[in-house]
Ligand binder design. Structure first.
Ligand SMILES: [Zn+2]
Length: 215
């Protein structure tokens, strides 16, 4: 079987799953393994957090990552840093030009503020993070600033942020090569009030692979 979606990955596939539209997902990914996140249908924001498996008070830090690389966007070769200043993962491949570090996660509360009270009942990324984190004994106070894979949040010269049409497309992916054992947490973003998911949340595919690279 020659699946083009697995091109360039290490040859030993440990896990290969579809995450339904709007759903949470979490999994242990060990040092040396690669986590591939595939945007199956295009323009699907994937909200992402990462905790050190050994001690989850160490976790992904947007601030440390941005400062270390001197840039607000994540691209191939970006290193994701922890709040202890240690490298957690490297972006070993990305077929999307850049990913967002600033836009944060949608919540029922922010939806209500931005889009009106009728959105209060809509499922949101913070709920997904709470569901996944609860499986590991973590609570709301463990949710920190997250990565938005495939999301386009341009910054204007005056510092203004936008959430605009995506730059991702069907079949594009990002690979994270882990530099420590981590608990990876995903919210497949349910947002339907702005263009971050093309107003239509869709499934994604997650693959964990290890070993030497494929020929
Ligand atoms: Zn969201």
């Amino acid at each position: 079987m020659n699946d083009p979606a697995l091109a360039g990955l290490p040859h030993h596939i440990l896990l290969d799953e579809t995450v339904a539209a709007r759903a949470p997902w979490d999994h242990l990914v060990r040092a040396g393994e690669t986590l591939r996140i595939l945007d199956l249908e295009g323009n699907q924001a994937v909200d992402f957090l990462m905790y050190a498996a050994e001690d989850d008070t160490e976790r992904y830090s947007a601030q440390d990552t941005i400062t270390a690389q001197g840039n607000i966007f994540l691209r191939r070769s970006s290193v994701l840093m922890s709040n202890e200043g240690r490298p957690m993962a490297e972006i070993s491949a990305s077929t999307v030009a850049y990913h967002d570090t600033l836009g944060g996660a949608c919540s029922c509360e922010s939806n209500t503020l931005r889009y009106g009270h009728h959105t209060k009942s809509q499922h949101a990324c913070v709920e997904n993070f709470l569901i996944s984190n609860a499986r590991h004994g973590r609570t709301k106070r463990d949710i920190v600033s997250n990565i938005n894979w495939f999301m386009n949040v341009p910054v204007e010269p005056d510092g203004t942020l936008g959430i605009v049409d995506g730059i991702s497309a069907a079949g594009l992916y990002v690979d994270l090569r882990m530099l420590m054992d981590v608990c990876a947490v995903i919210s497949n973003c349910p947002q339907i009030n702005n263009p971050c998911n093309g107003f239509n949340p869709t499934p994604i595919r997650v693959v964990i692979a290890s070993g030497a690279a494929r020929a």
